[in-house]
Design a binder for this molecule. Structure first.
Ligand code: NAP
Ligand code: MG
Length: 497
């Protein structure tokens, strides 16, 4: 067996980016020829000029998806046949894992090790899981009056518009594409302007894998232009979105102003990571706390951005977290040793540093970091940052920072912990660390969040749904529940006598 190649810098020169939209099985420029630049956050250099899709391009993609859906080239296949084709798609993606990993490292700054070992495998696993589910779904025959036969069936909705963010560009796309395609829908995918290259290559690989033309279309472009056109399109049946609350609200307005398409939102979070003094292994919890705010540069909807520590152990515990965060290697995402790459762009970096300033001004104490790092690279790197003495009312405890900035708060008992944990508009995820079964169950029950981890963080697999409560959204990705988003329930009532 040959050793895996890790000469990522050399391999950059071998990369050929796909920069044109994927519409109806063809690679096409924007109808008006417009392009936008993708600058790499690792060094501030131009990576590629990408087709900037506009209203006409989105319309062409939706029409292609509609035609593909209506003629049954995809929806009309036996589910087992869709399964086979989606498994082939997953295989082709896996065959191009290095290329895709390198592309996302370059375009959005994810450390190559995480891109190669977490992000791309997550996409492959997701595609396979939903492919395998395609021919295992069953519908219902409820027990009704014997004079009738009632059937409750699920049908694909038709055309799905998927708008995704840049922080996990392939995983998020996979969470939408897997169930949407397995259920028989056709899709128009709008990637974030920061991560169009991996999505376009994915669209091209789908064609190489033999997905019929028009089944998966990818239109890159700017949110307010391409994203808005998709959101307002009269022939899109379902919009599925992962991103910020502000844009989520726009999508609801687009729906209201157009065709009342269903809108599923996976939005931001402000995860409370709640550590009780009786946590089974405080050292491990501290390492996870540091990982939870530095993994993916803190650019994670579930980032463990609020650390709630029981007062008796706070000093010692926070000391361990600071040590662990300090030891993270911030660096070039193409270096295998890098644990924290650059934040996604200059705007994001200024936003994150603005929150550091807000924390200082509010009176929180900076225990680590707080500055831009590696300034001579031309990239947008931020030091892992820890604030202690944070009050729940401060902006750094309330707003999603989306960078490696941790806010540490203290609590006295379970009631206090739950009150602070729930003192947020978000409800995406939470972690609870305790040895006590009752504390664990009560905290898990009382914290309002779509996912609660006990004595772990960021665990799970495809069998469990993922999504938010409160302003973290209304949709659920992953698991068989994801099919609810991409299917319509139909009742057929047959009178027999
Ligand atoms: P974002 O700014 O909301 O953008 C998300 C997507 O929406 C992008 O494709 C964006 O395109 C598009 N968009 C922007 N303005 C639009 C408009 N007016 N109409 C239609 N589409 C528009 O979010 P982001 O910065 O990419 O991602 C970070 C956010 O995603 C964070 O809030 C994070 O918590 C959230 N997130 C949530 C989950 C979850 O599962 N709950 C997972 C990951 C991330 P452009 O890039 O061209 O602006
Ligand atoms: Mg954006």
């Amino acid at each position: 067996m040959t050793a895996p190649r890790t000469d990522w810098h050399a391999r950059v020169t071998e990369l050929r980016f796909t920069t044109r939209a994927v519409i109806d099985g063809q690679l096409v420029d924007a109808a008006d020829g417009a392009t936008f630049e993708r600058i790499s956050p690792r060094d501030g250099q131009l990576l590629a000029e990408v087709a900037a899709g506009g209203e006409r391009d989105v319309d062409a993609a939706v029409r292609a998806a509609r035609a593909a859906f209506e003629d049954g080239r995809w929806s009309g296949l036996a589910p087992a046949a869709r399964k086979t084709r989606l498994l082939r798609f997953a295989d082709v993606v896996e065959d191009h894992a290095d290329e895709l990993a390198l592309t996302i490292s370059l375009e959005m700054g994810k450390p190559i090790g995480d891109a190669r070992r977490i992000e791309v495998p997550a996409l492959v696993t997701t595609l396979r899981w939903f492919a395998e589910a395609a021919d295992k779904l069953v519908d219902q025959l409820p027990h009704v009056d014997p004079s009738a036969l009632a059937m409750v069936t699920r049908e694909p909705v038709g055309v799905v518009g998927a708008i995704v963010p840049w922080n996990f560009p392939l995983t998020m796309a996979g969470w939408k594409l897997g169930p949407a395609l397995a259920a028989g829908n056709c899709v128009v995918l709008k990637p974030a302007e920061q991560s169009p290259l991996s999505a376009l290559r994915l669209g091209e690989l789908a064609l190489e894998a033999g997905l019929p033309e028009g089944v998966l279309n990818v239109v890159p472009g700017l949110g307010p232009v391409a994203g808005q056109a998709l959101g307002r399109h009269l022939d899109v049946d379902v919009l599925t979105f992962t991103g910020s609350g502000e844009v989520g609200a726009e999508l609801l307005r687009y729906s209201a102003d157009s065709n009342l398409k269903r809108v599923y939102l996976e939005l931001g979070g402000k995860t409370p990571n709640v550590v009780f003094a009786d946590a089974p292994n405080l050292a491990r919890a501290a390492r996870k706390a540091a990982w939870g705010i530095t993994f993916n540069q803190g650019e994670m909807c579930t980032a463990a951005s609020r650390l709630l520590v029981q007062r008796d152990v706070a000093d010692e515990f926070v000391g361990q977290v600071v040590e662990a965060a300090k030891s993270k290697t911030v660096g070039d995402p193409l270096d295998e040793a890098t644990q924290v790459g650059p934040v996604v762009d200059d705007t994001a970096m200024r936003r994150v540093l603005g929150y550091v300033e807000a924390g200082r001004e509010a009176g929180a104490s900076l225990a680590l970091g707080g500055n831009q790092a590696l300034t001579d690279t031309g990239g947008t790197y931020v030091e892992p940052t820890v604030f202690t003495g944070v009050d729940s009312s401060m902006r750094i405890a309330q707003e999603e920072i989306f960078g490696p900035v941790l806010s540490v708060l203290t609590f006295d008992d379970l009631d206090d912990a739950v009150r602070i944990a729930n003192d947020t508009v978000y409800g995406l995820a939470a972690s609870v660390w305790t040895r006590d079964l009752t504390t664990a169950h009560l905290a898990a029950r009382r914290i309002k969040a779509g996912t609660v981890w006990v004595n772990c963080f960021e665990e799970g697999d495809l069998t469990v749904p993922f999504g938010g409560m409160k302003r973290s959204g209304n949709g659920r990705d992953k698991s068989l529940h994801a099919f609810d988003e991409y299917t319509d329930l139909k009742t057929t009532w047959i009178q027999l006598g």
